[in-house]
Design a protein around this ligand. Structure first.
Ligand code: SF4
Length: 315
């Protein structure tokens, strides 16, 4: 059976306000939006008939949504493989973990810090994740099909990345991703907020990433490092770094917004598409990677500089 992934937007609220979150501005506009289990059922049936067999439920925090349990049950009844991303703030509860986990096949944990103080600083709320209890519950209530963590680099957690990776590995998790934050510039976050709370420079980040890469290589951990322009990695191992930045499955996935049935199909191989709506910059003209690079954010230059970007000409 062919792998075909459906992504459905079904919820719009979160119990955290992470410093780096560029979705919060949209979330505030859609705070009262609701979707019913019948709407989810209709979509899942429709796409099942078209051969879709994997579903990702988006957005924001699923475990606090009223329709979450129904969404999971319906998807499993229709024999979809279910992927969910969570901030894990409620998974310390036995009642939550035991109710939801058995219906989930693939779980991605958003992992921003280990200790409570740093978590709350990044999440800008009083909620936090009791990781010890979360991993205990995951082991207790789940058959652990595919488990991955995703960490967004911020100014506050950059220097702890290696510690995180060591901790996550000690819990038996061998799939991890580390992402450079999305930099979006509008009236929502000030430059000051972006520079002091969200984004370190690429160069600062890369040195911490290299420590992580070395640890993951030694321990056979599947690591993805996303959202970096390729030329900021060390030249001597560039191909290796490019390989770990490839976290796409655009060729096989279809995104369904709830507003209208708009298909948003993107294929990394297409020369007409740049990953994640990045914008080509003049400086990249002539680079051999310009069609598959993550590119710098178009706002990066306004915050820092573009000296780190240096075209790659090949042999
Ligand atoms: S020069 Fe531009 S296209 Fe080439 S690797 Fe750097 S950011 Fe990517």
């Amino acid at each position: 059976m062919n792998y075909k992934r459906l992504e459905i937007y079904v919820w719009w609220t979160c119990n955290q306000r992470c410093t780096y979150c560029c979705e919060f501005r949209n979330m505030e506009k859609t705070w009262n939006k609701r979707v019913t289990k019948y709407e989810i059922l209709k979509k899942l049936i429709k796409y099942k008939k078209l051969g879709y067999n994997h579903v990702t439920f988006l957005w924001w925090e699923p475990f606090i949504q009223g329709v979450f349990e129904d969404a999971l049950k319906i998807a499993k009844k229709l024999d979809y493989k279910v992927l969910v991303t969570t901030n894990a703030t409620t998974l310390y509860l036995d009642s939550h973990a035991s109710k939801f986990l058995p219906y989930i096949d693939e779980l991605i944990l958003s992992f921003q810090a280990i200790d409570k103080d740093l978590q709350q600083k990044i999440s800008r709320t009083n909620v936090f994740v009791d990781w010890e209890k979360v991993f205990e519950n995951i082991k207790k209530y789940w058959k652990w099909d595919y488990l991955k963590t995703n960490t967004v680099i911020t100014r506050d957690n950059l220097w702890e990345l290696l510690k995180f990776v060591e901790y996550i590995y000690s819990k038996g998790v061998k799939n991890m991703a580390i992402a450079y934050p999305d930099i979006v510039k509008d009236d929502y976050y000030t430059n000051e907020h972006i520079k002091t709370k969200i984004a370190p420079t690429y160069t600062e980040s890369i040195w911490e990433i290299i420590k992580v890469v070395n640890f993951t290589k030694r321990n056979n951990i599947n690591l993805k490092v996303t959202d970096f322009p390729f030329c900021v990695f060390p030249r001597e191992n560039l191909e290796e770094y490019i390989k770990i930045t490839d976290d796409f499955d655009y060729g096989t996935r279809v995104k369904i917004t709830n507003e209208e049935e708009k298909l948003d199909r993107r294929d990394l191989k297409s020369v007409n598409e740049i990953p994640r709506d990045r914008f080509r910059i003049d400086k990249c003209e002539g680079c051999i990677y310009k069609w598959k690079c993550w590119w710098p954010s178009r706002f990066y230059e306004k915050l820092f500089w573009l000296d780190e970007i240096e075209i790659l000409k090949g042999d």
